[in-house]
Design a protein around this ligand. Structure first.
Ligand code: XMP
Length: 319
């Protein structure tokens, strides 16, 4: 019979024993898993932990600042922030294929992370937010059993190139247990219970080629959707909700002119395991409010649609 407090104490002891007085590096993404690892390791080894946070320009609105505020300002964790938007967007220029985009974003992340890590002296350990389902998924991928093999940086990749020993304190835990640990460690509730966000971020929510103009519009549209879900008490009734940028021009009439502008699709799903999902039956009033706000507040968007596709066959993400 475990309690979050016991697991934390246990892991703190294990981490201290594993790393001694050596230095640990952690890639902080702002997601639940790496955040909980950061809080746990900070508690266990304090200044022996250095986090690297890579802002790839494909994050949700204000996400980078929130990560820095929570960890650097509030908790006193040593975090190096790398603002790499230009680098990522440059590498993505002219690339429309979703799997190519995933690979580029993943590889660029590793490059930036390596470059930052090289500046820190005497690192012997790399901490990762690997949780039990990642271990299973990665084992399945190796035996060819996985239905979808994601180019994802959670498991594998970094250790080979960096020759660091791994610290993975969440390896035996499920997501709900990780969340409870996060709350116990004092992380903000909203961070711990936030919807999942894919590693490639907005890169796979802008269909086809990624451009800064599109990312900026999408970030705002997504923030409006999420804010209204919270206001209506629907955020936690959905498992994942987000906006998607459709690079097609649709007509809108403004005054006596016809304007051809972009389309935003809204996606909200309910799911237990993310393998199957049902589209969330959001109230029409809520959808109306979100649609009106997006069209009125964002220049360049003339139409909003709601995705009513179930998984399978439609995946949760559009790419
Ligand atoms: P799909 O779209 O496959 O999504 O129904 C299932 C869950 O996986 C997330 N997802 C990803 N996460 N890298 C990630 O880290 C990816 O490339 C990726 N693609 C999808 C998706 O957000 C959903 O939670």
């Amino acid at each position: 019979n475990w309690t979050p407090a016991q697991i934390i104490e246990d892991q703190i002891a294990r981490v201290r024993e594993q790393v001694g007085d050596r230095h640990v590096l952690l890639g902080l993404s702002g997601g639940v898993d790496s955040s909980v690892v950061a809080a746990l390791l900070h508690k266990a080894i304090g200044d022996q932990l250095t986090c690297v946070f890579v802002d790839n320009g494909l994050l949700r609105k204000d996400e980078g600042n929130q990560v820095m505020e929570t960890f650097s300002q509030h908790m006193g964790v040593r975090v190096i922030r790398s603002d790499a938007e230009d680098l990522f967007l440059g590498k993505l220029e002219g690339v429309a294929d979703p799997e190519d985009k995933r690979k580029i974003i993943g590889n660029t992340f590793i490059d930036v992370f390596d470059e930052q890590a090289a500046k820190i002296d005497g690192v012997d350990f790399l901490a990762q937010g690997t949780i039990y389902p990642d271990v299973i998924e990665s084992a399945a991928a190796k035996t060819g059993k996985a239905h979808v093999i994601k180019s994802h940086h959670n498991v594998g990749g970094l250790p080979e190139t960096m020759k660091l020993k791994l610290v993975e304190p969440l390896r035996e835990l499920f997501k709900d247990e990780v969340r409870k640990l996060g709350v116990e460690l004092g992380l903000p509730y909203d961070m711990v219970y936030r919807h999942p966000f894919p590693g490639p971020g907005l890169g796979v929510r802008i269909l086809g080629e990624v451009k800064k103009e599109y990312a900026d519009i999408l970030r705002e549209a997504d923030a409006i959707f999420i804010e209204e879900l919270h206001n209506a008490g629907w955020y936690h009734k959905t498992s994942q909700a987000f906006a998607v940028f459709l690079p097609v021009k649709s007509v809108g009439v403004v005054g006596d002119g016809r304007r051809y502008e972009w389309v935003i699709a809204l996606r909200a799903v309910e799911t237990i395991d993310f393998m199957t999902a049902r589209w969330a039956h959001l109230p029409y009033e809520l959808l109306e409010k979100v649609s009106n706000r997006i069209i009125n507040e964002l220049s360049g968007v003339s139409r909003v649609t709601y995705d009513v596709s179930s998984k399978p066959p439609a995946t949760i993400e559009w790419e």
